[in-house]
Design a protein around this ligand. Structure first.
Ligand code: NDP
Ligand code: 8X3
Length: 250
């Protein structure tokens, strides 16, 4: 098999596990992220014939164009786009949140994701490829402090489904994968606190990046006539909270 995946956010967590898993299954991967040393480590581990490192900030459209233009011939025929790069910043209520954090999440999770997708659509259509996006349960269920992160992931969930309609008849498959709690660097990035991250995951038996990577590989390798539209996953120990009621003071 000579298929190539373009995996954003491959320096950590779900994206890094996805590159390892796809390569083990015979794929070539373009691995992207801002941390060059982590991309270099993936290339050293998996081989330069299997992994091409493209180090850039997904919000930088010129850098993205350059990365696409400079793909080596063996990696230029992209069959699968994994829209994974993304982040949350902050858990404060909206009235206390940082506008800089909000802009960072919108620029990364929404704007950069649609720009990259638009740029790779021609090659994906030409090759009857696939798009798998990492939305989130946060895009479907509300929790306090979710605000712009939740909104950005609702956009990812919905934009990905909308692509299905526009790609009607092209043979391109599109899937929105919507996980709950996965233990990665996500919570460290969100809170800036290793302690907060450790506290969240401790004893909860969260999903792992490998769990999601295995799901991505499974979806990517389904027969070409079969499309999973959306897939929601949670650890057994995570479920839904009820509505709250605030009481007026007498
Ligand atoms: P990690 O923090 O472990 O990984 C995030 C990845 O995104 C890193 O490789 C990071 O690379 C990359 N990234 C972030 N910002 C940029 C940027 N500006 N330019 C380029 N790359 C960037 O988190 P996860 O693996 O958990 O998250 C992956 C995706 O999964 C995200 O979209 C997240 O919203 C989603 N998700 C995560 C869940 C969870 O509970 N962990 C649950 C549901 C969805 P670098 O820093 O090197 O640039
Ligand atoms: C991340 C899942 O529940 O931490 O998208 O918001 S959650």
């Amino acid at each position: 098999m000579n298929r190539t995946a373009f995996v954003t956010g491959a320096t950590s967590g779900i994206g890094e596990a996805t590159v390892r898993t796809l390569v083990a299954s015979g794929w070539r991967c373009v691995a992207t992220g801002r941390r060059q040393e982590r991309l270099d480590a993936l290339v050293a581990e998996l081989g330069a014939d299997k992994v091409h490192a493209a180090c850039f900030d997904v919000r930088d459209t010129a850098a993205l164009d350059e990365a696409i233009a400079n793909l080596p011939a063996d990696f230029a025929g992209i069959d699968l786009l994994v829209n994974n790069a993304g982040l949350a910043r902050g858990l404060e209520p909206a009235q206390q949140a940082s506008l800089d954090d909000w802009q960072t999440m919108i620029d990364t999770n929404v704007t950069a994701m649609v720009v990259l997708t638009r740029k790779l659509l021609p090659v994906l259509i030409e090759r009857k490829g696939a798009i798998i996006a990492l939305g989130s349960v946060a895009g479907s269920y509300i929790y306090p402090g979710g605000n712009v992160y939740a909104g950005s992931k609702a956009f990812v969930n919905h934009f990905t489904l909308a692509l299905r309609a526009d790609l009607h008849g092209t043979g391109v498959r599109v899937t929105s994968i919507e996980p709950g709690m996965v233990e990665t660097e996500f919570t460290l990035v969100r809170t800036g606190s290793q302690q907060a991250s450790d506290d969240l995951y401790r004893g909860s038996d969260p999903m792992t990046g490998q769990d999601i990577a295995d799901t991505i590989r499974w979806v990517a390798e389904l027969p070409p006539h079969l499309n999973i539209n959306r897939l929601e996953l949670m650890p057994v120990n995570q479920d839904f909270a009820g509505f709250r009621v605030a009481r007026n003071q007498d």
